[in-house]
Design a binder for this molecule. Structure first.
Ligand SMILES: Nc1nc2c(ncn2[C@@H]2O[C@H](COP(=O)(O)OP(=O)(O)OP(=O)(O)O)[C@@H](O)[C@H]2O)c(=O)[nH]1
Length: 391
């Protein structure tokens, strides 16, 4: 059964339009970058559909309109796809750069179609623009199939690698094959194969795009469930998970983990003086201050209103007191500016050490808690070791 390029193009147009409408209708919410990316992808599909419709209706439009209109729509859609994918991946590309590729591609195609007509050169030029866009997508998805990558990235990466292969194959067939066609609508195996496969691309790439979107949302949800929204550090749940992992690793390596409970002193008076919002700013500054002292392997988490847990692997009973003292003195020295007023904050710290003989986090927390309580009772702004306080 002979397959016509026009028929395939019509099918591609309907498919791309349906996909675009579904993407648009199926997404709503605030105007965050993730949603913007989806909407942009939906618009790109609509424009891609219009491009295929022009090809399908070629009998009713002039060759010049087919050439200029069809390519303009196609290249514009590709530019929007690049921008949307990079937006979703957090590697934004300026619309200007994407448009520059489209304009350059379109101008060359127009030149090689009207001023200096040469079909093969025109396809080659247009293919370079397509390849540039595909490479921009591949670059953004780089490493998607390696260890640190994700399945959705890998799927999308393969879609674009295949798109690149298709473009290469088409040009190879035009330059080195037998009886190459001299127009995109000429009935020939090269054209039919190319239009068929390139028409499947919006479907495959959209599925990859949605998988990626799903993956990003899942990661955001995962982070939201583990990060304290005020200070941006691990919340009680996350620090609990990290502490279990740290203790397991330290036990396997016969190491140790320093545990420090850091609690702001007289925080109620700060809230009374600066209001809850001012108090929030103080908590944020306190976290920044603590983080400035920690090493990359250390972690701080918020375990109470003005109470933070610091875990420091490889630190022994002596080291944990040194670290506690560094935190205490650094906080004490820091002059905080809250609503134009200067404020000095102090903290009390209770410590414990996980090591041979003690690997239970609950016991360690109780030990550090008791030490913290002792530090408060002794007048605050001090570090107390919990080792000998609770058996
Ligand atoms: N601004 C702000 N305040 C908080 C937050 N969570 C808890 N607090 C306040 O922290 C204060 C803790 O008060 P207390 O437990 O009496 O402790 P304290 O005033 O620091 O006294 P000591 O710990 O004994 O030195 C309370 O006033 C809480 O309202 C928060 O997220 N933001």
């Amino acid at each position: 059964m002979p397959v016509q390029v026009e028929t395939l193009s019509l099918i591609n147009a309907v498919q791309a339009l349906a996909l675009g409408l579904m993407l648009w209708a199926g997404t709503h919410g605030d105007n965050g970058p993730t949603l913007m990316a989806i909407r942009l992808r939906a618009l790109a599909l609509g424009i891609e559909a219009a491009g295929y419709a022009v090809l399908a209706l070629q009998a009713f439009v002039s060759p010049a309109a087919l050439l200029m209109g069809g390519n303009a729509l196609n290249l514009l859609a590709q530019a929007m796809v690049v921008v949307s994918i990079r937006m979703l991946l957090g590697k934004p590309l300026r619309i200007k750069s994407a448009t520059a590729v489209a304009v350059l591609g379109w101008a060359g195609v127009a030149w090689l179609g009207i001023v200096y007509p040469d079909y093969r050169l025109r396809v080659l030029w247009g293919s370079l623009a397509i390849a540039a866009n595909v490479l921009l997508n591949i670059e953004a998805l780089q490493g998607g199939c390696r260890g640190g990558g994700t399945r959705a990235r890998c799927v999308l990466l393969w879609v674009y690698l295949l798109a690149l292969a298709l473009v290469l194959w088409r040009n190879g067939a035009l330059w080195f094959g037998d009886n190459p066609p001299d127009q995109v609508v000429t009935p020939s195996p090269v054209n039919v194969f190319y239009v068929l496969l390139s028409g499947m691309q919006p479907l495959l790439a959209s599925i990859g795009f949605l998988l990626l979107y799903n993956e990003i949302l899942r990661r955001e949800l995962h982070d939201l469930a583990r990060i304290d929204p005020l200070t941006g550090v691990a919340n009680r749940r996350a620090i609990g998970e990290v502490s279990e992992r740290m203790l397991r690793e330290a036990r396997a390596w016969r190491g140790s983990v320093g545990v420090l409970l850091v609690d702001a002193d007289h925080f109620k008076t700060i809230n009374d003086r600066f209001g809850h919002e001012g108090g929030d700013k103080v908590l944020q500054s306190l976290v920044t201050c603590i983080q400035s002292i920690l090493r990359t392997d250390d972690i701080v988490g918020r375990v109470g209103g003005e109470e933070f847990l610091v875990l420091s692997p490889g630190v022994d009973a002596e080291g944990v007191l040194v670290l506690g003292e560094r935190i205490r003195s650094t906080v004490e020295r820091e002059v905080l500016q809250i609503d134009g007023e200067s404020l000095r904050l102090t903290v009390s710290i209770g410590t414990a050490v996980a090591g041979p003989g003690e690997w239970d986090m609950n016991t360690l927390r109780r030990r550090a808690d008791a030490a913290l309580y002792a530090a408060k009772r002794a007048g605050r702004n001090r570090v107390v070791a919990g080792a000998e306080l609770v058996a």
